[in-house]
Ligand binder design. Structure first.
Ligand code: HEM
Length: 132
């Protein structure tokens, strides 16, 4: 009898924790009147796609961040600078630029590099602003 009671309580706790996790992860963050999504990389229908101009990518990269465009997508490479197996410099050179050519030249057929990019995506490039 006690075992059934304890397992029911356990199930209820697991359910509440699971529901809290799902709600937290889908909740958009609002900062400085801009909406950021905490889950922006899975292309699910709920994800809000933010569109950036090249000029914004350039200006963000002068303020301690490192943003770059690759293939019409925008990536925040800031955290990747210290993680890149090919060295910091290779990523620092890309900050504020359209890095499509550099990325394709080095990693065009590397699924590991493409996988790393998925996690860094923050939005898409406004096509009319692309000056590559
Ligand atoms: C955002 C852009 C980039 C991402 C996400 C990225 C990602 C990666 C990843 C995941 C690896 C490890 C590959 C493996 O273990 O098989 C790697 C290695 C490397 N990357 Fe990059 N990379 C980027 C840009 C570049 C650029 C522009 C260059 C050169 C101009 C470069 C040069 C290298 C080199 C030399 C290595 C080590 C050799 C190798 O494992 O292929 N990377 N990069």
């Amino acid at each position: 009898m006690k075992i059934r009671l304890y397992s029911s309580i356990g199930l209820v706790i697991i359910f509440i924790l699971g529901a809290t996790y799902i709600i937290q992860n889908n909740r958009p963050l609002v900062k400085n009147n801009e909406v950021y999504t905490s889950v922006s990389n899975n292309n699910s229908e709920n994800a809000i796609e933010l569109e950036y101009d090249m000029s914004e990518i350039e200006s963000r990269s002068t303020k301690g961040n490192c943003w770059a465009a690759i293939d019409e997508n925008v990536y925040d490479l800031t955290s990747w600078i210290n993680q890149h197996p090919g060295g910091r410099e290779k990523i620092i050179e890309l900050c504020g630029t359209d890095a499509t050519g550099a990325f394709e030249a080095m990693h065009g057929d590397s699924s590991k590099a493409k996988q790393a990019l998925i996690l860094l995506k923050i939005g898409t490039l406004n096509p009319s602003s692309n000056d590559k």
